[in-house]
Design a protein around this ligand. Sequence first.
Ligand code: GRF
Length: 217
Amino acid sequence: MARLKVGVPISGRGSNMAALAEACADPGFPADIVLVLSNEPGAAGLTRAQAFGIPTAVVDHRDFPDRAAFDAALTARLEAAGADFVCLAGFMRLLTAGFVERWRDRLLNIHPSLLPAFRGLDTHERALAAGVRLHGCTVHFVRPELDDGPIVMQAAVPVLPDDTAGSLAARVLAQEHRIYPAALRLVAEGAARVEGERVVYRRDQSGGGALVAPPLP
Ligand code: GRF
C-alpha cells in the first residue's frame, strides 16, 4: 500500500510532530512526513524536524491580510510538497471553513482533553478547576467548529490529588505521543474512517474494558 504523504503544521516545540516522525521512520508505518510547516519562524519544532531530515517551511500569518489568504498559502505549500493528508500538531491558528473543507477527512488534530469536554485553551487548568477525576487527550478529524469533529482515538489519565496544571499536562502529553501515531496508522491503513460524522473501525478497537479512576474499592 502506498504510504500516506503527510504535512504537519506546528506553532511551537513540536513534540507531537516528533512522535509522528519517529513512527514514520519505521518502514512498516503507512505514512511519511513530507513537510513540517510553522506559522512561527522561531518554533523549536522546526529544528527538531530538520534533525529528522524532514523538509520545513515557514508561512508567517503576519504576512497575510486575512485568514483566508494565510490558509490558501498553507494549502499551496502543502500541495507543493505533495501532501495528501494533514496532521495538525500544536498549530495555534484558527482555520477557515475553506481550508477545513479542502482537506475534509484528510485532516487530523490532537487536543489535550477528552473531547467534547474542554474545547479551546488551558485545558489542564480547566480540568483541575472542574474537579474531573479523568482527563486525557483526543485525536479527531477536523471540522470548522473549534476542536470539533469525528473522534478517532482517546486516552484517559487519572487526575491525582497533588496535580498542578504542569504535572497533569505532562501525564497527558505522554499519552498524546502514543495515540497520535496510533490514530494516524489506523486512518492511513483504512482501518478507521468517517461515516455519518462518526468514526467507524474495520476491526473492534474498543478493548471492552473500563478505565475507572480512582480504582474501585
Ligand atoms: C499539545 O498539547 C497538543 O495537544 C496541543 O498543543 C500542544 C502541542 O505540543 N494541540 P507540541 O508542540 O506537540 O509539543
